[in-house]
Design a protein around this ligand. Sequence first.
Ligand code: PLP
Length: 336
Amino acid sequence: MAQWEALVDAALASLAARRLLFNTRLIALAPPPPPAETFAGPEAWDRATVEVQDCLLCPTGFSANTAVMTALGSISSLLAAGRKPAEDERIAIFSDALNHAATIDGIRLVERQQEAVAFVYKHCDMSHLDFLLSSCSLERKVVVTDRHAHGTLLCGENGGGVPELYGCENDVDICLGSLSKGVGCQGGFVACSTRWKRLILSRGRSFIFSTALPVPVVASVNAAIYVSKEEIWRRSVIWEHVQYFASLTKLNITSPIIVVVVGSEEAAVNAHRHLLRSGFLVQPIRPPVVPPNSSRLRITLSAAHSSDDIKRLVDALTPWLPNNHVEQSYSASSRL
Ligand SMILES: Cc1ncc(COP(=O)(O)O)c(C=O)c1O
């Protein structure tokens, strides 16, 4: 990362020299008022306890992903100052085959601007990644892989997501995610160092050319984070539901976002309608989001559900429960 910090510093210096650095206005949010006796009372946010230096809010998780990728790619053109980066100055991006469409679109953009070269490695295949890395002669290399967007506030003791679950939070330099999943609101975040934030502010196209999140949405995100800290039982309840669902269906699931592949679009829509009549909103996911004939149902368990809800859901779902369940394969359509 030290090498990247030096590159970002040089890119920022180039932006500053050309008076191209953008600034944003900070908003100060009061802690949300305690809605019920549940809270002991809001405490002032202690910034010193936050390990990342800074954070940028984007209109969506999608735009957070593309903003980071385009800012990253822009380093080579900034350093080339006014000329196209030479072949060997470009950034090599190694992307997992099943990365989300947002990451892929960001990579496509920087590739199109001839600022980076992308290499796609087979999903989670470290030997393939290793092979591609060692055969690449470019000096500036970045590996990009999704770490479960739904994990924020859900995985890890403190809701720190998959990095906390696997104890590798300290290895994460830039943490980006969506506020539309576990946080239950809208938007995307990029938690990073101040210098990376400045670069994204100035070069992250999807951030720059889009309206900022409305303050009430930011306030609801603030409230959701507050609730997640105060009501940690919600995390335990969700994971209990996951276990209960798994025990009833015998499916090997590890997430409250459960995918049941049903095949045709018609089958997915029929299942969706049947479940709706039974009182459950389960979205059918169809092409082009997933490949043809792999339409699926996406079930989202929440702490607001009861065990009885889970049991009734499984009963209603029984005709569509497959033997060949494919977990988390909903991003299959994101291939480059
Ligand atoms: C890895 C990843 N990034 C981004 C998104 C999109 O997030 P948003 O809906 O906030 O735009 C998703 C949605 O599934 C995702 O899985």
